[in-house]
Ligand binder design. Sequence first.
Ligand code: HEM
Length: 510
Amino acid sequence: MLAALLLACCCVYLIVWYLLDPQGLRRYPGPLFAKFTHGWLLWVGITRRRSEIIREVHRKYGPIVRISPTQLSFSQPAAYSQIYSFNNKVTKSSFYDSFGSAMGLKNVFTARSKTEHGQKRKLLHPLFTPQVSREFTARTAIVMAGLLEEWETRYGSGNIDIWFDCVPWISWMAFDEMADFIFGEPFGMIHSASDSVSVPNNWRLAIATEARSFEKYPARAFKLHDIVSQRETYNYFIGLLPPWLRGVGRLVLRTQLESSRIFSAFVADKVIERLATQSNSAHPRDLIGRFLHKAGNDSFQPESLIAELITILVAGSDTTKNSLIAAVYYIAKSRTVQSRLQEELDVHVAGRTPTFSEIEDLPFLGACLDETMRLYSPVGLGLPRTLPESGIWISGEHFRGGTTVGVPIYTIHRDQSVWGADAEEFRPERWLQADDTFTTKFAEAFKPFSDGSTGCIGKHLALAQLRVMIAAVFNRFDVTLEDSTRPLHVEDWFVRRARDCRIGIRPRKW
Ligand code: HEM
């Protein structure tokens, strides 16, 4: 009886709220359930097919769709620059509050106020310049060579019928790669063929005190991939709930919340370990060294560095990993694309480990990379933004302050009016069309790293690394998919995660 009464009250509240329509969103079409509750978007999240479902609702309802009582999704590419512009007062939505660290400190990803975000971004900016990224690719090549060596030893007998799943290997490589970039040396995951890491048992104590003392705490072993995935699940789902329901979400996702804390403790532990070996080199080779060099010891707070690195370690490894898996899948699937790429590589780097300067201008390699980022869209969702009090104009219409808006990257990356009738196909050649109108049209609808003041800070690094990685794989091996009729299995979270990509390799001969 009480439950029925409660339910009735909730329904009345939702209907009244819908009719009052404080943000003027009633005139926009969308799924019925989405107009009244956040439950629709939560359900979309649970299906792990968010990108596809949002694209379907745009096909059904048009370019502006209401996807929650307070949120609109825009599918016109031109809306991207209006929403994610450098020059407006649009901020990240409360979705980002759930991505905090266990110390409760904001970082560049979670800071929502323009001022706070700008300050954090300014501090990190010099650590991600094109020059720094370029230099780091020499180390990327070494980590990649380690991975390919393992593949050749284990699976490269010359018989293409030894099939293996490349996903865990690329995941270990991506963690090793980011560890090298941040801490100055890889975790050693490729070498041990495992992502087992040790984390202080009492993470609360570790986080609270380790930043000031280097004392060690008893540790437990965890699979890094598992804790990172659980942490992302937690962040993503809590972010989809309206703020007043997040307490309930935290209770339901207790295990995932614990993983988030364990991950914070893991990063804190690694930072402290690295700080203990701090040298005063004028040319530090890792991010922590460069950070200390720039920030100077006076203004340095280990806690803020830990808070930044919690995001950077995941943001840098998860996205690059999934992009490389997708590139391997798409290129291996098409014999023509693979042969053309190998012909190009053979002219410049046949038989040896490619360096970035040797391959940075190779057009077909660049086209394969762009086409992967377009078709796969490692981050596919409409990154949610809140409009300032005065509202803003988007696509010729005015939208009121407080409304949440976003342009789904996956949707614009497959828009047939931009990319043509074959938008669903992996066709790198489309990037080689000389015509300027294509280039302009493509640029407006190609946002794998987002744009504006909150666009990816690691873009130069990621692009340089991926170039080296793709070139290294296909220069060394012919790659075949075990089942080329099987689509790549992808789960949508904040980053779209590729599951299972079984391949066979044959070492190439020159
Ligand atoms: C293929 C690789 C990558 C892709 C597709 C990618 C994509 C993105 C996207 C779409 C955003 C905007 C997120 C938002 O507004 O919510 C972003 C932000 C960010 N990315 Fe990346 N990223 C990649 C690699 C990296 C790397 C290698 C790093 C660092 C090592 C990195 C660090 C960050 C950080 C710190 C932010 C937050 C920036 C801010 O809010 O100001 N990313 N990335």
